[in-house]
Design a protein around this ligand. Structure first.
Ligand code: GLN
Length: 286
């Protein structure tokens, strides 16, 4: 017979080695196993005796976490902009800084919702599906090349009941050809792979568990940033916006590149909550 505390005591030290937030990691796992919400504080129920099945499931989850596996993959779900998404190893785990793209889109299209939206490299679909909730958009198109990611994206579409409004195209962004849509799109969003293959700062668990094609890009991390901006320039309508995320230290080069394309008449850079330049806002010339 095991209590919640017994399992915490067993794994505490191992959690501390792999995680910056061992207590909250354990809290997430307990909540999931006991089917409780975030207001459940296990420390107030630490002597609760778990059923053998729940104790086994919680121990297995803890063992996986102790090996460094991200919580989101263990739970199979993660929150983005206040909504839950299915997240499995084929897709990137949604990050809070990516929510900035949603905030900016809402500001730019406050009075006039975009009617046509593209999401480049959609992954779990967290950006496209969130925009579908926030806007009364007629048509959204998610472009995703990864055969591992597409089934997860499809599951999220169903989970959120948005199958009618979101089309998924299995394609690399640069190979997406739909000439009918050139010059027609109001808003394009992207969180491209932007990490340099030689980056030494990337966290080991990110590198080990998350999909490489969603993280890394050639040309010191700039290849997708460059080629996707060119594609965005073709599809946007005059006055439309391309919003995309980039990495720490890339702002100046991103700004110089998109400005030099001669397609966007206004380029702004927005900082994330940590004060790091994070999102480019590119307005296509009228
Ligand atoms: N758009 C998805 C996200 O924001 C996937 C991004 C990616 O795979 N690079 O998380």
């Amino acid at each position: 017979m095991k209590t919640i505390r017994d399992i915490w005591v067993e794994f505490k030290d191992q959690f501390q080695k792999v995680s910056l937030s061992p207590e909250s990691d354990f809290k997430w796992l307990v909540e999931n196993v006991l089917e409780e919400n975030h207001s459940f504080h296990w420390t107030l129920h630490s002597e609760l005796i778990l059923s053998p099945l729940k104790a086994e499931v919680l121990s297995t989850f803890c063992r996986r976490r102790a090996e460094g596996e991200p919580i989101a993959y263990i739970l199979g779900e993660w929150d983005f902009y206040g909504r839950r998404f299915i997240v499995e190893p084929g897709v990137l785990i949604p990050r809070p800084e990516t929510e900035l793209i949603i905030e900016i889109a809402k500001k730019k299209f406050k009075d006039n919702h975009p009617q046509w939206i593209l999401d480049f490299g959609s992954g779990s679909g967290c950006l496209a599906l969130t925009l579908a909730y926030e806007f009364s958009t007629e048509k959204m198109i998610a472009i995703e090349k990864s055969p591992q990611a597409i089934p997860i994206l499809e599951k999220n579409k169903k989970l959120h009941g948005l199958t009618d409004r979101l089309d998924v195209f299995a394609s690399d962004v640069v190979d997406f050809h739909c000439t009918d849509l050139w010059g027609k799109i109001d808003l394009i969003v992207a969180n491209p792979p932007y990490i340099d293959f030689l980056d030494q700062e990337i966290a080991q668990d990110v590198k080990k568990y998350e999909p490489k094609e969603a993280l890394f890009s050639e040309e010191r991390g700039f290849a997708a940033i460059h080629s996707w901006a060119v594609v965005a320039g073709k599809y946007l309508r005059p006055g439309g916006f391309y919003l995309f995320e980039f990495g720490k230290g890339q702002a100046q080069e991103v700004f110089d590149f998109v400005t030099s394309m001669g397609v966007f008449d206004k380029v702004e850079i927005e900082k994330d909550l940590n004060g790091i330049d994070r999102v480019a806002i590119c307005k296509k010339s009228d």
